[in-house]
Design a protein around this ligand. Structure first.
Ligand SMILES: [Zn+2]
Length: 410
């Protein structure tokens, strides 16, 4: 082998090694903590508590744990005081900061005072009416926003259809979201002795717009006296935050391939929290608990939700003709007209525009199924169009998803 050729071979080997290193070196360096509700949106109300106060208290404590124990992690809060933040803005904060994970903290509520315990949700199809009810209750926060019809593309938080549509989106991050959610519920159960009601799926708007793994944690029922007492107490909030912190550290350790049990043996603020009286009392009622396993709540991934890995977002097959319903990904709207071949749109394909309600709306791609359009949407989100969403058209007119389903079914 000549010297020159040797050099070239080593050069190629070096590049291969470097690429391998870059692929494996995944980091969890930025986390967005989202305290549910705030301002004129109180969230659920207990006898003595408001959800917005408890979620903020837990988030602030969780931030302290991460800051004290994981120095390489940047913690960003969607709010650190009692202010109203729209759901889409919460997601945008996470997207703009290129967060590695999004953790939304909430409290549950039920018309009955009996249910208690925690639930951790990932974005997906609700399997039960109960899951849908939780998603609807959390999504209803958008009714307190001024321009929610435009921001969420006419989404009606009370319609089951809408909830199904939104649940089809976040699939690319499902594995990691499920992994983290499982760790959270495991901590609640093992370290907190809290009743873990399991990992569940439902269509939460706040998760739908985030372009990273994300979970929504219902930390307990304010409608249950014992849960409420626990969540209202400083110690209860501390323990809840600590359990989520441990799950986060485990998750980070797994992604980054180090063993979290070898590090930070002594956590700075609290070690091995004892369950409070409220929790212990709740445990006595555990006998009647119906165990829901992690897997039993997860929809088969092939049935309805798009599998990003099985489609090819970079080269989705476009279709011709106008006799079928087609799906485009809307990525921008503007009061000013723009040329569709503008250099501004160089990163997107098949740009097309239409005019509606005083705005020029720009779409990309053209697909015969919502699955492919959803996969391409994720591609666009990755290119910086964090608010992109899928819209159906029939004969070049925008239609609703319900109409699209009806037309597709005939
Ligand atoms: Zn909530």
């Amino acid at each position: 082998m000549s010297g020159k050729r040797k050099l070239r071979v080593f050069g190629i080997l070096f590049i291969l090694l470097l690429t391998g290193f870059m692929v494996s070196a995944q980091k969890v360096n930025t986390v967005v903590l989202d305290a549910g509700h705030g301002g004129h949106d109180t969230g659920a109300l207990g006898k003595h508590s408001r959800e917005k106060d408890i979620t903020l208290a837990i988030v602030l404590k969780l931030r302290n744990y991460i800051n004290e124990n994981l120095k390489d992690v940047k913690v960003i809060l969607t709010r650190d005081n009692d202010e109203f933040i729209e759901l889409y803005r919460r997601a945008r904060i996470a997207n703009e900061n290129k967060a590695d994970i999004f953790i939304s903290i909430h409290c549950n509520s039920n018309p009955s005072s009996v249910p208690y315990g925690t639930e951790t949700y990932v974005m997906g199809l609700h399997k039960s009416g109960a899951n849908l009810a939780v998603a609807k209750a959390e999504n209803a926060a958008i009714l307190l926003e001024d321009d929610y019809v435009e921001q969420y593309d006419g989404f009606d938080p009370n319609s089951a259809e809408g909830n199904i549509f939104f649940s089809m989106m976040q699939n690319a991050f499902l594995d990691k979201s499920l992994d983290f959610a499982g760790r959270v519920e495991k901590q609640f159960k093992e370290k907190l002795n809290f009743l873990d009601r399991g990992v569940k799926q439902a269509g939460f708007l706040v998760l739908y717009k985030t372009a990273m793994p994300g979970v929504l944690i219902e930390t307990g029922f304010l409608s249950n006296a014992k849960d409420e007492k626990f969540l209202l107490s400083d110690r209860g909030q501390e323990q809840m935050a600590y359990a989520i912190f441990k799950a986060f550290r485990e998750y980070k350790g797994t992604i980054e391939k180090w063993n979290p049990s070898l590090l930070n043996k002594e956590d700075t603020l609290l070690s091995n929290p004892k369950p409070s009286k409220a929790v212990t009392e709740n445990l006595k009622a555990k006998a009647s608990k119906q165990k829901e396993s992690v897997t039993s709540n997860i929809e088969p991934s092939d049935s309805e939700v798009p599998q990003a890995s099985k489609t090819t977002p970079n080269s989705p097959p476009a279709i011709e003709g106008t006799e079928e319903v087609i799906y485009r990904v809307q990525f921008m709207s503007s009061p000013k007209d723009k040329q569709i071949d503008s250099p501004e749109f160089s990163k997107v394909k098949d740009v097309w525009k239409y005019f509606q309600n005083g705005l020029y709306k720009f779409t990309a791609g053209k697909f015969d199924s919502i699955k492919l359009a959803s996969a391409y949407r994720l591609d666009l989100v990755g290119k910086g169009y964090a608010d992109a969403f899928v819209v159906p058209f029939y004969q070049e007119k925008r239609i609703t998803l319900e109409e699209a389903r009806r037309l597709a079914g005939k």
